[in-house]
Design a protein around this ligand. Structure first.
Ligand SMILES: NC(=O)c1ccc[n+]([C@@H]2O[C@H](COP(=O)([O-])OP(=O)(O)OC[C@H]3O[C@@H](n4cnc5c(N)ncnc54)[C@H](OP(=O)(O)O)[C@@H]3O)[C@@H](O)[C@H]2O)c1
Length: 281
């Protein structure tokens, strides 16, 4: 039987922590990957699982994380690229990138490419936690400058990063499905988690308020499509390259359907990660 091994980023909290719990309860061996050491350790201890700490706003930490994962995991059945969020303080990262773009997209691009050989050998499924925010009105995506480097609002930067999650999924499928990789992106719904926690905005207040929480999905409901994608069969139960909501393939925005944008984002991301990659992709 295929080994059920899952690496989950953003597993210290919210949807990622809940997905880790649900998969562990279904017999998966899980790697709990987070940024905050204490929170990450707490979830890992609960599941008796190994944990890894890396701040995705530093690509050097992502590269070091990939090395540790390659050392420890001979087989990777699932990579859940889930870490991320929306941020109002968005200084350029030390790598020189827009913070939201790097944490949600670029760090996962690098992690995936550094693990790619192991993922191919394992015929892995790669799931990206995207969002319906990829459709936010007013969103532009310049293939020459996909980061738009802080020239717009936190919400637009977030929408663009979530669009990048879908474009990455589609291009990953186009380039590597033939090598055994299956890829999917999904929208978890509006979920009561620590999302938007560091922000001073009405959105943050909504996420923190009791009334807001009542209208939102629980983390368990938010993790449901991720767990379903992990537990079901690509090619039989779902098609690789797709975007899913509530266990169903769902339409994406016009920009998310663009093959040209997907290719441009891949080339741009390769260039951004050049120092950490040698002849990959
Ligand atoms: N909640 C929603 O309504 C909603 C809707 C659509 C999509 N999503 C997406 O779902 C995913 C999970 O979010 P969530 O709702 O579960 O929020 P959350 O509870 O805030 O969890 C976010 C996770 O990402 C990690 N993270 C944030 N910045 C990081 C960094 N610089 N380096 C490494 N890890 C970092 C967090 O680590 P710490 O514990 O250290 O903060 C945490 O583990 C995100 O990609 C988000 O965009 C959420």
């Amino acid at each position: 039987m295929e080994k059920k091994t899952a690496l989950i980023t953003g597993a210290s909290d919210g949807i990622g922590a809940q997905a880790a719990r649900m998969l562990a309860a279904r017999g998966w061996q899980v790697a709990v990957i987070g940024r905050d050491a204490e929170k990450t350790e707490r979830v890992a201890r609960e599941l008796d699982a190994p944990h890894y700490v890396a701040d995705f706003s530093r690509l050097s930490e992502v590269a070091a994380l990939a090395e540790r994962l390659k050392r420890d995991w001979g087989h990777i059945g699932l990579l859940a690229n889930n870490a991320g969020g929306i941020f109002d303080k968005r200084p350029m990262t030390e790598d020189g990138h827009e913070h939201t773009f790097q944490v949600n997209h670029l760090a996962h691009f690098l992690l995936t490419l550094l693990l790619l050989d192991r993922l191919k050998e394992s015929r892995a499924v790669i799931i990206s936690t995207s969002s319906a925010a990829h459709r936010i009105p007013g969103l532009r995506f310049d293939p020459e400058d996909p980061e738009m480097r802080g020239n717009d609002s936190p919400a637009l930067a977030y929408g663009r990063a979530k669009l990048a999650n879908i474009l990455f999924t589609r291009e990953l499928h186009r380039r590597h499905h033939g090598d055994g990789i299956s890829a999917a992106a999904f929208h978890p719904g509006v979920v009561g988690t620590s999302f938007a926690g560091g922000m001073r905005s009405p959105m943050s207040l909504l996420y923190r308020s009791g009334l807001g929480r009542k209208m939102m999905k629980t983390p368990r409901e938010g993790a449901d499509t991720l767990v379903w994608l992990a537990e079901s069969r690509p090619g039989a139960d779902w098609e690789s390259g797709g975007y899913f909501i509530r266990r169903q393939e769902a339409p994406v925005s016009r920009m998310a359907r663009s093959e040209a944008l997907a290719k441009a984002l891949w080339e741009y991301s390769l260039e951004c990660c050049r120092d950490f990659l040698s002849q990959k992709g």
